[in-house]
Write a protein that binds this ligand. Structure first.
Ligand code: ZN
Length: 292
C-alpha cells in the first residue's frame, strides 16, 4: 500500500511514538510496537529524509520506503493491508527509526534535549552491532544443516528451535518465509499445469466436435449430390413424357385424317350402291315380267 500524509516535521527523527500513535489506527500502532519489541524490523538504509526497510510480518517479509518530502510523509509497503493512513509495518519502521536515531540526536545536543520519554529500552541500530549470543548461533547452525538438506530435496523444513526473539530467530524466520514462498510458487505452478491440461482437453474436445461437423458436412454434400442427380433424371423423364405426348398428338391428328378419309370413301360406296340398285331396277324393267 502507498500513502501520502501531510506532515509538518522536517526530520524523520522528530516523529516520536506519541505523535505516531495519535495519527494511526490503534491496532496498527499496537502491532507495529510489538514488531519492534520482537526485533522484526530491519532498517536497510536511512537518513532524516528517507528510510528503506524490511519487516517480518505475520504472513511474510514486507519491504517499505518512507520519505519526508514537500511537507508530506510518503509511505510505501509491499503488503496489501488497508490500514490508514499507514500500515503496521510502516508504523513499526517509524518507531524503530525513532528509537535508534534518538541517542545520536541527543548526543549532538546533550543539554538542549529533554530526557527520553520513549517506553523502549536502549538498543543500538539494528544491523550495526547485533546482540547475538554464541549459543544461539550454534543452535542455528545445527538447525541450518538439516534445513539446507531438506530444501535441496524439496522437503519440509525441520522444526525450528525455540529461540528468544532476536537476530538469530529472525534469520530462521527469514528462511521459513523463503520456504513458504517457494511452496506458494510450486502451488501456483501445479495450478497452471492443471489449467493447461484442462485447456488441452478442451482443445481435444473441440477438435473432435470439428471432426464430427466436417463428417456431417461431407454426408450433407453427398446427399445434395444424390438429390441433384435424382432431379436431373426427373427432368429427363419429363422431357421424354413431353415428347411422347407430342407424338400422341400427331398420331391423333393422323387418326382423325384417316377417319375422315374412311367416311368419305364410305359415302362414295353408299352412292355407288344406290347407283347399282337403280341399275338393277332398270335392268328388271327392260327384261319384262319374269317367266313363271
Ligand atoms: Zn505494510
Amino acid at each position: 500500500m502507498r500513502n501520502r500524509i501531510p506532515c509538518t516535521a522536517d526530520r524523520l527523527s522528530l516523529l516520536d511514538p506519541p505523535m505516531i500513535q495519535s495519527v494511526v489506527e490503534s491496532t496498527a500502532f499496537q502491532i507495529g510496537h510489538q514488531y519492534v519489541s520482537e526485533n522484526r524490523v530491519r532498517i536497510v538504509e536511512a537518513d532524516e529524509s528517507q528510510i528503506s526497510s524490511a519487516v517480518i510480518g505475520n504472513s511474510g517479509l514486507y519491504e517499505q520506503t518512507i520519505k519526508l518530502k514537500d511537507g508530506h510523509l510518503l509511505t510505501k509497503c509491499t503488503c496489501t493491508l488497508v490500514e490508514e493512513p499507514m500500515c503496521r509495518h510502516c508504523v513499526a519502521v517509524l518507531l524503530e527509526y525513532h528509537r535508534w536515531s534518538q541517542p545520536r540526536t541527543a548526543a549532538k545536543r546533550p543539554r538542549e534535549t529533554r530526557p527520553r520519554e520513549t517506553p523502549y529500552p536502549e538498543r543500538p541500530p539494528s544491523g550495526s552491532v547485533p546482540d547475538i549470543k554464541l549459543s544461539e548461533i550454534m543452535i542455528f547452525m545445527e538447525w541450518l544443516q538439516p534445513a539446507v538438506r531438506a530444501l535441496e530435496k524439496g522437503q519440509a523444513l525441520p522444526e525450528a528451535p525455540t529461540l528468544e526473539a532476536g537476530e538469530v530467530a529472525s534469520w530462521i524466520q527469514a528462511i521459513r518465509n523463503l520456504e513458504d514462498r517457494r511452496r506458494e510458487s510450486e502451488a501456483v505452478q501445479l495450478a497452471l499445469e492443471a489449467d493447461m491440461r484442462d485447456r488441452e482437453a478442451y482443445v481435444g474436445h473441440l477438435t473432435h466436435q470439428l471432426q464430427i461437423s466436417l463428417d456431417e458436412t461431407k454426408s450433407a454434400q453427398a446427399a445434395r449430390r444424390e438429390l441433384q442427380e435424382e432431379l436431373a433424371s426427373y427432368k429427363t423423364m419429363l422431357a421424354r413424357t413431353l415428347e411422347i405426348s407430342k407424338e400422341i398428338g400427331r398420331f391423333d391428328g393422323q387418326m382423325k385424317t384417316l377417319a375422315g378419309e374412311l367416311m368419305e370413301k364410305g359415302s362414295r360406296l353408299e352412292a355407288l350402291a344406290v347407283s347399282f340398285q337403280e341399275l338393277a331396277a332398270a335392268l328388271r324393267t327392260l327384261g319384262g315380267p319374269p317367266v313363271g
